[in-house]
Design a protein around this ligand. Structure first.
Ligand code: PLP
Length: 369
């Protein structure tokens, strides 16, 4: 089945009693013993959450999915499933939440790590130790849009007897098939494109195999308890129904905007993997079916100019986050910690689904500010 069909059909369990085509929302926290679904308590299982997990398993072509109440809870579950003394390899520009989690929290529990430039496969290989249990990839990365070769890093991980997990939030299952490329696990912040409307927080882990490691992640959901509510699961599944068509329009708009900005005298660099000038373009072309709706630009005139541009847009809202139908712009470095490597003249742009001409006109007038 094609992904457009899966996105709409997977996780649909028609209600035979009432005949509702769209599923009801199950808000009940508890369930009468002996029910057909064997539901007991909503932290350990809820019909809306099950439908969501079924849909994401099918969308990624995996063997199982575990839903969480945020992207960070989902990603944390993978690290929580590791053991004391295990070693992980992270990209040096990984999402700051994942970096904070590993470098300031999990180190206290005996997890060890190395950070490398994942675009340098030799560096990844060199970082492997005999206790390396996980190599973490984020591609495209936030906010520099660095592209990591998933197949090549998965191979290094497997040769070391380690797992390979990908934060695939920016690409979505439509544009990048992480499990087919060789990864063992793919995680998404479903807050972003999967939800698609900036009105819910969520996260998901999808695994290629339903094995002991996935069982440990499931335990983090059941016992750790960062499970999404029935309402959030329902809302997320509703968003996923239109994911393939939304993503196409995000990509279409983003490429047009990237091309416009690449020629703009007030912009000295555009980080968008769809541009041939992007250092990761060839790898992106190999492993992605299109280049996504996210980009970063660096403006002429430094931090002050970047702040002015972000404050001057009329359609783009100046706000963090991404992946919604509405366009957002953010002067990124000031919101990150003091150790940030993000350039101060950088603006991160989440291209929404407004008309590309209007978005270009808005950026053009903001860049004149
Ligand atoms: C937003 C984001 C996260 C964290 O997800 P939350 O839903 O905010 O917890 C992780 N990775 C990437 C790439 C993100 O964009």
């Amino acid at each position: 089945m094609k992904i457009e069909t899966i996105a709409i059909q997977a996780g649909r369990n028609p209600d035979r009693q009432i005949g509702a085509v769209m599923p009801p929302i199950h808000l009940s926290t508890t369930f009468i013993r002996g029910n057909e679904g064997e539901y007991v308590y909503s932290r350990t299982g809820n019909p809306n959450r099950d439908a969501l997990e079924d849909c994401l398993t099918a969308l990624e072509g995996g063997a199982g999915a575990i839903a969480f109440s945020s992207g960070m809870a989902a990603m944390a579950s993978i690290f929580q499933a590791l053991k004391q003394g295990d070693h992980v390899i992270l990209p040096d520009d990984t999402y700051f939440g994942v970096r904070e989690l590993v470098t300031t929290m999990l180190v206290d529990w005996g997890l060890t790590y190395s950070m490398v430039d994942m675009t340098d496969l030799n560096a990844v290989d060199q970082a492997v130790q005999n206790n390396t249990k996980l190599i973490w990839i984020e591609t495209p990365s936030n906010p520099m849009l660095k592209i990591t070769d998933v197949a090549a890093v998965a191979e290094i991980a497997h040769a070391a007897g380690a797992l390979c997990a990908v934060d695939g939030t920016w690409a979505t299952p439509l544009l990048q098939r992480c499990l087919d490329l060789g990864a063992d696990l793919v995680a998404h912040s479903t807050t972003k494109y999967l939800g698609g409307h900036s009105d819910l927080l969520g996260g998901i882990v999808v695994a290629k195999e339903d094995n002991d490691f996935l069982e440990r992640i499931r335990k983090v959901q059941h016992i750790g308890g960062a499970a999404p509510s029935g309402f959030d699961s329902w809302l997320l599944l509703r968003g996923i129904r239109t994911l393939p068509y939304r993503m196409r329009a995000h990509c279409h708009n983003a490429l047009k905007i990237a091309q416009f900005l690449a020629d703009h005298p007030q912009v000295h660099t555009v980080h968008y993997p769809g541009l041939e000038s992007h250092p990761g373009h060839a790898v992106a072309q190999k492993q992605m079916s299109d280049f996504g709706g996210m980009m970063s630009i660096q403006v002429v005139g430094g931090s002050e100019k970047a702040a002015r541009v972000a404050a001057s847009t009329k359609i783009f809202a100046q706000a963090t986050s991404l992946g919604g139908v509405e366009s957002l712009i953010e002067h990124r470095a000031p919101v990150e910690d003091e150790n940030t490597k993000t350039p101060w003249d950088l603006l991160r742009i989440s291209v929404g689904l407004e008309h590309a001409d209007d978005l270009i006109e808005d950026l053009a007038q903001a860049l004149r500010s």
